[in-house]
Design a protein around this ligand. Structure first.
Ligand code: ATP
Ligand code: MG
Length: 241
């Protein structure tokens, strides 16, 4: 589904993502973990098209995408959530998601009425069916996360990139989001999930990739990677302390 070769991003001479190779199989869930500043969001930005790689190649379903603008990648079937959420503040919850529906895979839904119909379905799916007319900026933390989700899902992606959608949620809410992500995967979507909540990574991921100072330091099945001494040293040890 996705193949990255030597993916690199430099900002003013500092390397944020350093020659990372990885791939994602169709319908797989890949967990992406690592300390703050490791380069996780930068990697997702390069996949979604928010940032251009400084070096390296990216292919989606066999087609080079690394020079395409974001909207073209969205049309091809790539959608993402933002770590810092960006709802359109003047719009209702429903219309925020309808915008997603209008810019998604295959060019999106052209009719506004149909886009709103789809938006309603996705908001019900993510548990926001009772807040359709609420102003998006009036939503609390967990509901904002659900809105981000619904917006990305309304694009009907084949590849969904989730950047810390569980930050600030309670344990019960984390469990709900884990179930939601599993439901999305069951619909055939391929998912890359960045998360600091290790319990969620363990329960969701088919495979885990660890970044540290921009470099991929470990990759494999969750049990093995999360026991890897280098990973514990670089990341997990500090989180437990
Ligand atoms: N637009 C930018 N300009 C300059 N430096 C940047 C930019 N974006 C990210 N960086 C730097 O790149 C490095 C990686 O940042 P990134 O946001 O990808 O980390 P992260 O792994 O997502 O961290 P976190 O877990 O805190 O979200 C950091 O040193 C950061 O300061
Ligand atoms: Mg980040």
């Amino acid at each position: 589904m996705l193949q990255a070769k030597g993916l690199t991003k430099r900002f003013a001479g500092l390397v944020s993502v350093d020659h990372v190779d990885f791939s994602l199989a169709r319908n797989e869930i890949l967990g992406l973990i690592g300390p703050n500043g490791a380069g996780k969001t930068t990697l997702v930005n390069m996949i979604s098209g928010t940032l251009r790689p400084s070096e390296g190649e990216l292919a989606f379903k066999g087609e080079r995408i690394d020079t395409l603008p974001s909207y073209r990648r969205a049309h091809l079937g790539i959608a993402r959530t933002f770590q810092v959420m960006k709802p359109f503040p003047g719009l209702s919850t429903l219309d925020n998601v309808a915008v997603g529906a209008m810019f998604g895979t295959g060019g999106g839904e052209k009719s506004r009425a149909k886009a709103r119909e789809k938006a309603r379905e996705w908001l019900e799916f993510t548990g926001l069916g009772n807040r359709l007319e609420a102003s998006a900026d009036s939503l609390g933390g967990p509901d904002r996360k659900r809105l981000e989700f619904a917006k990305a899902l309304a694009m009907e992606p084949e590849l969904l990139l989730l950047d810390e959608v569980m930050a600030g949620l309670t344990a019960v809410e984390v469990d709900q989001v884990v179930e939601l992500i599993k439901k999305i995967r069951d619909q055939g979507v391929t998912i890359l999930v960045i998360e600091h909540v290790i319990k969620a990574i363990r329960s969701l991921s088919d495979r885990v990739l660890v970044l540290h100072h921009g470099e991929a330091i470990a990759e494999g099945d969750p049990a093995t990677v999360l026991e890897n001494p280098q990973v514990v040293e670089a990341y997990l040890g500090k989180r437990r302390a």
